[in-house]
Design a protein around this ligand. Sequence first.
Ligand code: ADP
Length: 397
Amino acid sequence: MKEILDISLENEMDLVLAHRRSMQVGEQLGLTVATRTTFATAVSEVARTAIEYTDNGRVNIIISGKFPRYSLYAHIVFDSDQVFRASDEGFFYAKKLLPDFTFNSSGNAYVIEMGLGLPRSLKLDEPKLVLLKAYFENAEPLNAYEEIKNKNSHLNRLTGEQEEEIRMRRELDEKKKEFISIASHELKTPITVVKAYTQMLKNLKGEYSERVSGVLDKLDLQTSKLSLLAQQLMDVSKIENGSLQYDLVEVDLNSFIKEALEILSNVHIGNKIKLTLGENCRIKADPLRLEQVLTNLLGNAVKYSPKNSAIEVLTKLSPDGKNITVTVTDSGLGMSKEGIERIFDKFYRLEEVSNSHPGLGMGLYITSKIISDHGGRIWVESVPNEGSSFSFAFPVC
Ligand code: ADP
């Protein structure tokens, strides 16, 4: 079965189109003028009834059968609350015109199939049918109405395709989010267990050699890195699901930063961390998340700077006392203008570091989200090969 034409039946102008196109099909097939007129008239009769009561009909002109016996058919479908019978005027007349005629209805859906066998003398075969279909696909519009109609249906098709693409992308995105969420949870448990066993072994110090001790330290360090990655994955997943939650309390900023940096300087032993505290203030924040912000900024400052270089941390209250700014400055790799613009995007990493420094580009994305969720903002100033200054500002209580 080959569909040659598909015309929507919305108004009187479609009736003209259906008639003229049916005539053309007959002409292209080589039918006599009488036969093609009969076929086109039958199509018009049924199409007229459909158009009179609905604007949702369609007519398909089809060639069915196989070599060497083919038939020319018109399928007309439409929905209507009006009750029709095969004996109604338009259908009755069409039935008289064509040898094959079936009238089917189910609920308010109507399907009318009508047609005639094509004489073998037309010498039809599959390649000719392909050419016939192509002829109508490429045919010039019969009038301005058909031209607009074709453009519209082309646009509709494009919109439909785009909508489908968007739907598929959304579905894929949802699956990706679900995967990240499950994977990060599943990773967390074994990592915690490995870390606990490592700690247990480390506590047995004295019962094993120095060499084993060194291996245990490495194991501990790598497990911590793995644990951080799993935590970051979990945070990204929470951000995407909108389920990142905060326990907000009033925090005395200067003492909080002092304490946090004391702990962090034990982690980054080689680096000299210089802290300059400005006027003190209290902010409303989730202490664990605030610590995460400092850990990430300081960790990055160390990671993307020469070994054992100095890091500066500075707090500064705004002159009106409404905002507090915390700045972490390093003298490391710095970054390009493009890097500065995209640095807080999810999974973004500078190309220069992708082979030299491990990471997944999640830290700054999470950091910026935590800060904006606290009503603050984060920004970076940087000069390539000279260093970077990451600042974040929070509203004061
Ligand atoms: P990760 O460090 O795991 O890649 P982040 O989100 O923390 O993830 O950082 C994203 C990218 O930003 C890094 O890959 C790096 O290219 C750049 N970056 C972050 N901090 C600095 C810094 N202090 N100096 C230079 N580049 C930095």
